[in-house]
Design a protein around this ligand. Structure first.
Ligand SMILES: [Zn+2]
Length: 437
């Protein structure tokens, strides 16, 4: 009898422990319990080849501003090629998570990565921790599972943590201010290749592009959830680099056309310089405007969004690129030549919310937006489905094996004024994440 009682007691204790663990796992992280004011910034060198990669810490600094939300610190989605996890050292509790992608990850899929080893600048940001934390950066492997790439233990009291210089002399222009940074989507626009005498042109270009941006849905409907600030850093020379023409300009952020030798891909590898400037203003997302009348741009999820200032497609360009940078949307087009080999491995479902490999037909990730009578895959030329959400073959630079949600979309063609419903839903999810009510 006694033994039975004991056994029952043990079963009760075990059950309570299991319930307690579950409660702990789903418990919301209270920002104030784990984080102080400001942000922790870690500059990294991400290096390797097509077949190898590693990350090394370059420096760690405290910044004065953390603009991100102070709730939902562990998003319920997993986006990006890489993932940053932050754990409280004493309890092991996961207290912060963010996904991101990088220029290095794209470069690894180019032909050059089979020939040389290269290093790229990257920067991670998180709210400044109160106590010692362990940071883990993981990368999706060939089967889509996360594998650990870097582990860093950080003591926030350590004297090795530097400080960013104060904001004296920084030329910050507030275009739109609707509320405090932790409750708004904070966009920060940096101009590249604008000289001292082009300061007014930079402001004009910012206003013009942000007007185009807020003309587009869903940004028009969510306009009051955004703050927009711009920083003008005087450039020694006007314009941005055009290597194929052997035109090189001395500019603060080193933007250049012909990234990966692609004519219109216009990016920069000077990520630390971007964050040195961005440290002075709240930023959930960074937009770089290159002072150029050539058509070009590019963007990478939770990395940055870049585009040229003056061209006939500017209304398309800034919104399309922002779709990549802010919401992790993939390119839905497949006809343009790109420099990537196997950017989307064939047997893995892409993490992008608007591209699928249809590996599991029963689990289409945008299935809730598809009518019951729409076939999957969806025939391209059947007029009954022309305006429907389905799964149309051809996406992510590939005519076969990858599918997009709609025939046309802002992520598919220049002609379309709107995101498809799947892309729009992904953008709205991010707006709501950064601007909690
Ligand atoms: Zn779309």
């Amino acid at each position: 009898m006694l033994n039975h009682r004991r056994l029952l007691d043990w079963i009760c204790v075990a059950a309570i422990l299991i319930i307690a663990q579950r409660v702990h796992a789903t418990e919301t992280i209270r920002f104030e319990d784990y984080f102080a004011d400001g942000a922790l910034r870690i500059d990294l060198v991400h290096s390797g080849t097509a077949s190898s990669e590693e990350m090394s810490v370059r420096r760690i600094v405290r910044e004065e501003i953390w603009a991100g939300p102070k709730v939902n610190l562990i998003p319920h989605w997993d986006m990006g090629k890489y993932r940053l996890d932050v754990r409280d050292d004493s309890s092991g509790t996961l207290i912060f998570r963010s996904g991101f992608s990088s220029l290095f990850a794209e470069w690894r899929t180019t032909a050059e990565a089979n020939l040389v080893r290269r290093g790229f600048e990257e920067t991670l940001e998180l709210p400044f921790p109160r106590g010692r934390v362990e940071l883990d950066v993981s990368v999706r492997n060939k089967t889509g599972e996360f594998e650990r790439l870097l582990t860093v233990s950080i003591d926030p009291e350590s004297h090795v943590i530097g400080k960013t210089p104060n904001a004296g002399g920084v030329d910050i222009h507030e275009l739109v201010v609707n509320g405090p940074p932790e409750r708004m989507v904070d966009l920060l626009v940096l101009g590249d290749g604008y000289t001292v005498i082009e300061r007014e042109k930079f402001r004009r270009d910012c206003r013009h592009l942000m007007d185009r941006f807020f003309d587009a849905e869903p940004f028009a409907s969510y306009r009051d959830r955004f703050n927009v600030r711009a920083i003008h850093v005087a450039s020694p020379e006007s314009g941005v680099d055009e290597p194929r023409k052997r035109l090189y300009r001395d500019t603060p952020f080193d933007m250049q056309f012909n990234t990966f030798d692609s004519p219109r891909y216009c990016m920069t590898e000077s990520v630390w310089a971007i964050h040195d400037a961005a440290a002075h203003a709240p930023h959930d997302a960074i937009l770089l405007i290159g002072n150029s009348s050539r058509y070009g741009g590019g963007a990478i999820y939770n990395f940055y969004t870049a585009f040229a200032s003056d061209n006939e497609y500017d209304d398309y360009l800034c919104v399309h690129e922002f779709g990549h940078g802010f919401a992790g949307l993939g390119d839905e087009y497949y006809s343009s030549a790109v420099s990537y080999n196997e950017l989307y491995p064939r047997d893995v479902e892409p993490w992008e919310p608007n591209i699928t490999a249809l590996l599991d037909e029963g689990k289409l990730k945008w299935g809730s937006l598809v009518d019951a009578d729409t076939p999957i895959p969806t025939p391209e030329d059947d007029p009954r489905y022309a305006d429907k959400v389905g799964a149309f073959e051809g996406a992510g630079y590939s005519a076969k094996g990858l599918y997009r949600p709609a025939k046309d979309c802002k992520m598919f063609s220049k002609g379309n004024r709107r995101f498809c419903p799947v892309c729009e839903r992904a953008v709205v999810r991010m707006i709501e994440f950064y601007s909690p009510e």
